[in-house]
Design a protein around this ligand. Sequence first.
Ligand SMILES: [Fe+2]
Length: 185
Amino acid sequence: MSDSIDELFEAYRDYGRTAYLGEALSITDHMLQTAEAAERDGAPPALVAAALLHDVAYLLRRPADGAGDPDLDGRHAEIGFAFLSRRFVAAVAGPVGLHVAAKRYLCAVDPGYRAALSAASIRTLEVQGGPFDPAEVRAFEALPHARDAVRLRRWDDQGKVPGAPTPDLEHFRPILEAHLLGRAS
Ligand SMILES: [Fe+2]
C-alpha cells in the first residue's frame, strides 16, 4: 500500500467492507464506529485518527475470513504500529501499537471489563497473552501513550454495533492528512 490516503481508503472500501473480525459487522464499519465514538467523546484529533486506523493490520494482511488467524490476532497491534509509525505522527501510531496491550491491562485492573467483552474479543484474548500480571500492569502504565491506548480500547469495544450509523470515511480525511509525518502543524 502506498502512502496516500486515497489508497488507504480504497482498502477500507474494498476488502474492509467485506471482511469481519468475528463480529457481526465489517472491519471498516467497526473502525468507523470506533472513530465516531472517539469523536463523540471529545478525543483530540490525533486520537480520532488512531481510532479510525487501529485495526489497519487486517487491511494490510487481508486474512481470508477476517479474524481467525491467531498469529495476526496476536500481532495486529504491532503490525499496525509498524505501518503507521512510518506515515503518521507518534500520537496516532503510539496508541494503535498499544491497543491490544490496553485490553490485557483493562482485563487485569477493571473487574467489569472482561465480563463485557464480545465473544470474539474473549477468544482472541488468549492468543494475545491473557490479562497482565501486576508487574506488567505497572510497566504498561509507565509507557508513553498508555492512557490514550486505554481510551482507544474502550471506543474499540463500543464500535461493534451492527448497522449503527457513522460518518463516512471522507469525514475523517482532514484529520488523517493533518497528522501525516512532516505535515503536522
Ligand atoms: Fe478493533
